[in-house]
Design a protein around this ligand. Structure first.
Ligand code: ADP
Length: 570
């Protein structure tokens, strides 16, 4: 008996010691070695195989809110909701306000969710009262050992509590807390429950705030989005023209000479669909293009050549080249939803587009104002428009994207066949409900349904009923424009669709074929182009002068300590 008791005690002691050691390894990003226990910096390889995949995210302390282009609204609310309760708890105590416990960032990839979190981390560190900031990628917390992920999570929250006030940021949280369903395995389900329990266990003083970021909101367990958990949600949009200009300016602020204002304007207009990361890529590509243009020799030699950096200047043509090369990521993942009328079809469709925009301005006064405009609720009533066009009239290809481009400042939620059926983890009915919810949450906004007739013919009775009831449930004066395109005339559509878009309320618009004058305008440039002499390739450029060869920069010499360590290892 005695020996087994001491065994037990021994085991307990060892366990608690190990827990302590491991907890200390969860180091906040924004504190340096002196701030936390030194043991964290011990060789990671000693930490044991179960911890090998827990790689803390690196932190760049140079990023502040000034490095974030646009997103003013998010920065403001974030300061209000996350930093103020941590820094001025007395204010919240006095007025008995409950600070939020969790904030969810969602939106397309590359729109600055992680960037904003990083900025928040360094802003938190610059105050005299430090806030510990923990950052984890969703998948980092997963482990091959059963129960290990839950333990890691518990330890993370434990450590955050010990070092409170603190912020825990989960990047790509959809990997960590996916929708629990019968189709998913047990393991995830237990991680989600652990996370729920841990978040419920946080007290109401706002000393620990959990932030999650995701590209796919619908893949997150709905229980996490209940009040008391992630009760605030920030939607990140693709940047609009003004913000795109701002982001390009941010990423080129060190350039000498700076980009001219007219070029910035052109770039802002021509980068529809680009997210922040694409814009960053665009500026990098343009800079490389300018090097390519000024010194093509460097590509032919593998030695370092003497080049005069002052000669390398980024011009408009470099950006033109970069624009042709960089495909915005939204176009890669889903098809284009908005863009102006292309030049060649403009003579044919511009009159129709003008009529349509005129009509939309009447039924939906928010169309040019943007997300933040507040108009009296009486100004809208059931803003809906069904564009009826036969095959080949370019309604889905040109007109609808141009209309959405006209309303560029408003968020668009697209409800099409792909959105309903592409995700096998949810039923089409769930997809309809969640998409319409999403559209309703971001008002004023647009719900865009291309190929309405086709959608109707392939969906089941329940999907149609879900769609009709969800739309009927929207308050009639809600500023949500329902814009649909159909290639079947209104009277041949299903009766329920006819009800959705009432012809007597002028909720449909029939596209007419172009008239004689429009056709004439369309053919004029084609005829002119045909009468030009054939294209002659430009003569090859004269050979370039050869440049002097410079010695390549030495690689960094190891310090004495590093050398010693390397020797020992070897
Ligand atoms: P995600 O939303 O997928 O987390 P990130 O925050 O990682 O996207 O963005 C990737 C990169 O794109 C950032 O490092 C930043 O350089 C650039 N970027 C994205 N949005 C912005 C923005 N609003 N302002 C400035 N740079 C941005």
């Amino acid at each position: 008996t005695e020996s087994s008791e001491s065994d037990e005690a021994n085991f307990e002691m060892r366990k608690s010691k190990r827990m302590n050691l491991e907890r200390e390894k969860m180091r906040p990003l924004n504190m340096d070695k002196r701030d936390v226990n030194k043991s964290i910096f011990k060789d990671r390889s000693k930490a044991g195989s179960s911890l090998a995949d827990v790689q803390p995210m690196e932190m760049d302390m140079g990023v502040t809110f000034d490095n974030v282009g646009g997103l003013k609204e998010q920065v403001h609310s974030l300061k209000e909701m996350v930093m103020f309760p941590l820094l001025y708890p007395e204010m919240f105590k006095k007025f008995d306000i409950q600070p939020p416990r969790g904030v969810l960032f969602y939106g397309p990839p590359g729109t600055g969710k992680t960037l904003l979190a990083r900025a928040l981390a360094s802003e938190c560190s610059s105050e005299n009262k430090k806030v510990a900031f923990f950052m984890r990628k969703g998948a980092d917390c997963l482990s091959k050992w059963i129960g290990e992920s839950e333990r890691q999570l518990r330890m993370l929250f434990d450590q955050a509590y010990q070092m409170r006030p603190s912020i825990i940021f989960f990047d790509e949280i959809d990997g960590l807390a996916p929708v629990r369903s019968s189709r998913q395995d047990q393991i995830h389900s237990s991680i989600v429950s652990t996370l729920l329990a841990l978040m419920d266990g946080l007290d109401n003083r706002g000393e620990i705030v959990v932030i999650g970021a995701t590209n796919r909101l619908e893949n997150i367990d709905p229980a996490l989005r209940r009040p008391g958990r992630f009760d605030r949600e920030f939607r990140f949009f693709l940047p609009d023209r003004k913000t795109r200009k701002e982001i390009i300016k941010l990423h080129t602020k060190t350039w000498d000479p700076p980009i001219s204002e007219p070029l910035l304007n052109t770039l802002g207009t021509r980068t529809i669909g680009y997210c922040g990361a694409d814009l960053k890529g665009l500026t990098a590509e343009a800079a490389l293009n300018s090097l390519r243009r000024s010194f093509p020799q460097v590509y032919e030699s593998n030695q370092k050549l003497a080049i005069d950096m002052n000669v390398v200047q980024v011009r408009k043509c470099d950006f033109e080249k970069a624009l042709r090369k960089i495909v915005p990521s939204t176009h890669r993942v889903e098809d284009r939803v908005l863009g102006p009328l292309p030049k060649q079809v403009r003579p044919l469709l511009s009159q129709t587009l003008t009529n349509l925009t005129h009509h939309i301005k009447k039924i939906f006064p928010h169309c040019r104002l943007g997300k933040t405009a507040v108009l009296p609720a009486t100004l809208t009533h059931r803003p809906r428009l069904l564009i009826v066009a036969t095959e080949g009239q370019g309604a889905t290809t040109y007109l609808a994207p141009a209309l959405l481009h006209f309303m560029e400042k408003l968020p668009v939620t697209k409800l099409d066949i792909a959105a309903l059926f592409s995700n096998s983890a949810r039923t089409p009915e769930e997809a309809v409900t969640s998409l319409i919810h999403l559209a309703r949450r971001t008002q004023p906004g647009i719900l865009f349904i291309p190929h309405l007739a086709k959608l109707w013919s392939v969906s089941s009775e329940t999907v149609r009923a879900t769609l009709c009831t969800a739309l009927a449930d929207c308050p009639p004066n809600a500023p949500m424009l329902v814009l649909a395109v159909s290639n079947v005339p209104h009277h041949q559509l299903d009766e329920s669709v006819q009800h959705l878009f009432n012809i007597h309320y002028r909720e449909t618009y029939r596209v007419d074929n172009p008239g004689e004058n429009e056709r004439r305008e369309f053919f004029r440039p084609l005829v002119t182009a045909c009468s030009q002499p054939p294209y002659q390739p430009p003569p090859p450029p004269p050979p370039r002068e050869s440049l002097a060869v410079l010695p390549a920069p030495d690689s960094r010499a190891l310090t004495e300590r590093e050398e010693k360590r390397l020797k020992r290892k070897e």
